[in-house]
Design a protein around this ligand. Structure first.
Ligand SMILES: [Zn+2]
Length: 344
């Protein structure tokens, strides 16, 4: 009798326990929790003209004016230039990482001075630089006819990873599988023998985890052709962070890491892309805290002193109201922050 009871009770307890853990994890990640890194005033950012904020950022921290913004393909150029330049004295290997904050409006930078924990401030304090860049293909025209690509996620990251715009890489929107050519840096740096291995860390399934995902073809290609490129998706941003940190803990960590965090994009879609929205600010603080943990992990590497790291923080697009994709300045204006000089 006891045995029979146990036979029934044990599976029920197991199901309840697993259900509780999975349910709790999903609930925690899908509901709003204010960032513990929120600063005083984050819940009451005053409404201000967008271009006025951009002008306030000119000189500090931005090295250029918003009218001088460079196309977002500059990310590609910077990574290529980094790996192609000679090793500085005392360094034995080159490494690079892109920490992408999806849908992060550049006017959030007005909140950098009050940050308690900030990846961007860390790079700038370490002698880094920041510039205005833009998404959407051509500079500043708000006329839809002259915008060569949508200010959407897949076109934006794809332009940074291939160095060309949608007319050449074919990614005019999300849910389009990119042809193998032009290859992204994830593949080309390894195939060209510039690095030994690369890794792509995300939580958004639209990058390479669905059959209609942008890099679904590249992921298959890497597998079929033995390219040492890892395509790794977590369910949520904390998982992306864990995956990056565990890579960085390895003595022979990936030489090129490309990652995106969804905090700002998800909250922007849910509640509005604007610094006057405390939930959007909170998401920015979370992204910044994660970015800082990643930078700290790089600096904690035993071989850090002999490694020449390029660390970039950037975004794929801004946002307008609860969305993006269009040609407004709010959606088009983006940024690059680097631990190195940018405009040299
Ligand atoms: Zn996006």
């Amino acid at each position: 009798m006891k045995k029979r009871l146990l036979k029934i009770l044990i599976p029920i307890c197991c199901v309840l326990l697993i259900g509780g853990i999975v349910g709790g994890y999903v609930w925690y990640n899908l509901t709003y929790h204010p960032s513990k890194w929120l600063a005083e005033g984050d819940d009451a950012v005053p409404e201000k003209d967008f271009t006025e904020i951009l002008e306030d950022l000119e000189g500090k921290p931005m090295d250029n004016t918003w009218q001088e913004a460079l196309p977002q393909t500059e990310v590609y150029n910077m990574i290529k230039a980094h790996f192609e330049s000679p090793l500085p004295e005392g360094k034995t290997v080159k490494k690079a990482i892109v920490i992408g904050y999806d849908g992060c409006r550049v006017d959030l930078f007005q909140l950098l001075p009050t940050a308690k924990k900030s990846a961007i401030n860390t790079l700038l304090e370490d002698g880094g630089h920041a510039i205005f860049t833009y998404a959407g293909g051509v500079p500043y025209s708000e006329s839809p006819e002259s915008v060569t690509q949508a200010t959407s996620t897949a076109p934006g990251w794809c332009s940074m990873l291939t160095g060309v715009l949608a007319d050449k890489h074919g990614i005019t929107d999300n849910d389009i599988v990119k042809e193998i050519e032009p290859k992204t840096l994830i593949l080309s740096l390894v195939e060209d023998g510039i690095v030994d291995k690369s890794a792509f860390y995300v939580s958004w399934d639209g990058h390479f985890s669905r059959k209609n995902a942008t890099y679904y073809g590249e992921k298959q290609y890497a597998k079929q052709n033995g390219v040492n490129a890892k395509f790794c998706r977590a369910f949520f941003d904390p998982g992306t962070k864990c995956n990056i940190l565990s890579d960085l803990k390895k003595e022979d960590c990936s030489d090129f890491i490309f990652s995106t965090l969804e905090y700002t994009d998800h909250q922007g879609h849910d509640t509005g892309f604007t610094p006057t929205n405390p939930k959007y600010v909170s998401a920015f603080r979370d992204a910044e805290s994660t970015g800082k943990d990643i930078i700290d992990a790089i600096k904690a590497r035993k071989t850090y002193d002999s490694e020449d790291w390029l660390i970039l923080i950037t975004t794929d697009h801004g946002g307008n109201g609860g969305g993006h994709g269009g040609p407004t300045l709010w959606e088009r204006m983006t940024f690059i922050v680097s631990n190195k000089d940018i405009l040299k």
